[in-house]
Design a protein. Structure first.
Ligand code: ZN
Length: 192
């Protein structure tokens, strides 16, 4: 019953209630990228729980450094923090007895990472890939081609039967997206 919070952007009372309800001991916070809706309150939560923050990749430092400012601009809570560990391609992170592989998948943000647990065939993909869509690339340091390349060269090799939890919206599988996603379906890329 050990666990991690992934991308705690806010809603801390809800997160803490879920933690208590399920009797889970949270041992760390994992971050896919530096956007405020994914990590605005990560630093606050880490301090409250006394746990470390792992991720994202250091290229997202500039996003994390503007969390205070972005919070004011968007009228939501944001607080700058320093992750205890920046991640790179090929790293692993542990949660309880599980080990997750880390994939650097830039494009939505330059330091975006994805977490994958091979035995469960489950990926936590943040804002890289969604059911029927992909992450925005019109933010500073976003890059559309980088994002497509990351999805094709880093996610698809994990296997069609991989289920994924995106940063927004419903779960899906890589097989489903390779068939029907208007941005990264095999047919869409073949005709691009
Ligand atoms: Zn984002």
């Amino acid at each position: 019953m050990r666990g991690a919070f992934v991308d705690p952007g806010g809603d801390l009372p809800r997160l803490k209630a879920a933690m208590a309800q399920h009797g889970v001991t949270i041992e760390k916070i994992l971050l896919t990228h530096g956007h405020i809706d994914h990590c605005g309150e990560a630093g606050t939560l880490a301090k409250e729980l006394g746990v470390p923050i792992e991720g994202p990749e250091e290229a997202d430092r500039f996003w994390i450094s503007r969390l205070d400012e972005d919070g004011k601009n968007y009228g939501i809570r944001g607080a700058v923090f320093e992750p205890d560990r920046w991640l790179v391609q090929g790293d692993t992170v542990t949660v309880g007895e599980l080990t997750l592989d880390v994939y650097h998948c830039p494009g939505h943000t330059p330091g975006h990472v994805v977490f994958h647990h091979p035995a469960s065939k489950l990926a936590l993909v943040g804002d890289v890939l969604f059911q029927g869509s992909i992450g925005r690339t019109d933010f500073p340091m976003g890059n559309h081609q980088d994002l497509i390349d990351a999805i094709v060269t880093r996610l698809w090799p994990l296997g069609d039967d991989t289920a994924f939890i995106p940063g927004h919206g419903q779960m899906s599988t890589f097989a489903h997206e390779r068939r029907s996603n208007p941005f990264v379906a095999d047919a869409a890329l073949a005709s691009a």
